[in-house]
Ligand binder design. Structure first.
Ligand code: ADP
Length: 215
């Protein structure tokens, strides 16, 4: 916080290393605790009414500051203006993880996020699509297990615990859904989450499909 005066360039660099290490450790400990809590059956859902448009905007707002000078575009497709009932917090946790992964494993092209809602089935389908390194068929189940990371070029460059997808899948199942993956090595991956979510009464029914790009 520079309460004792400014920092030299080298000090600044070292402080940044320390902060990053602390953040990585904190993320790891939080993932471990969350996973242990789900396994112990102690995680409860807290459903509430939320606007899908606001939820997606919030997600975009959290990820936007990370996109400075990045060659990969993060595109959020505009979604239906509808109010849904569900655990917004846990849904956000899953999607943040899927989007962060997509960005980590994509060097050029784009990461596209979209959601559609099927009123007849009462199901929302969230999708995170990337043009990244892809995942071989043999690894596509393994990545949902704890501590599993695929050895490869981008793995070394990125931090990560190998717990994100394991935790996300457990949270998705707790909500009655399942994360599915389709991927081709060298072309990219699509992570899909179909989730039963009830539409709230009096929801707006205006549909629009324009795309917005996060710069
Ligand atoms: P972490 O990202 O912390 O390593 P995750 O459980 O979220 O752990 O992911 C497990 C592994 O699955 C990653 O390390 C990576 O090898 C692979 N993976 C996940 N998402 C993608 C993606 N979008 N493209 C390519 N590989 C991915």
């Amino acid at each position: 916080d520079r309460v004792d005066g400014g920092l030299e360039a080298e000090q600044e660099k070292q402080v940044t290393f320390i902060r990053r290490s602390a953040e990585t450790l904190l993320e790891f400990v939080n993932d471990l605790l969350d996973l242990a809590k789900v396994e112990a059956g102690k995680v409860e859902l807290h459903p509430s009414e939320f606007q899908l448009v606001d939820f997606m905007r919030g997600l975009r707002g959290v990820l936007k500051p990370l996109r400075i000078n990045d060659p990969v575009d993060l595109v959020f497709e505009e979604c239906e203006a509808i109010a849904l009932i569900g655990d917004e917090g846990k849904l956000g946790q899953i999607l943040r993880n899927l989007i962060a992964n997509a960005l980590k494993f994509t060097e050029c092209g784009e990461v596209r996020v979209r959601v559609t809602y099927d009123r007849r089935l009462g199901t929302a389908c969230f999708e995170v699509c990337d043009t990244g390194i892809g995942i071989a068929p043999a690894d596509q189940l393994r990545i949902f297990e704890e501590f599993e990371q695929i050895a490869g070029g981008l793995q070394k460059k990125n931090k990560g615990s190998g717990l994100g997808l394991a935790l996300s899948q457990r949270l998705a199942r707790l909500m009655g859904g399942e994360i599915l993956v389709e991927s081709e090595v060298g072309r990219g991956s699509t992570f899909r989450l179909p989730l039963p979510l009830e539409a709230a009464e009096g929801a707006q029914r205006d549909r629009s499909r324009r795309s917005t790009r996060v710069l």
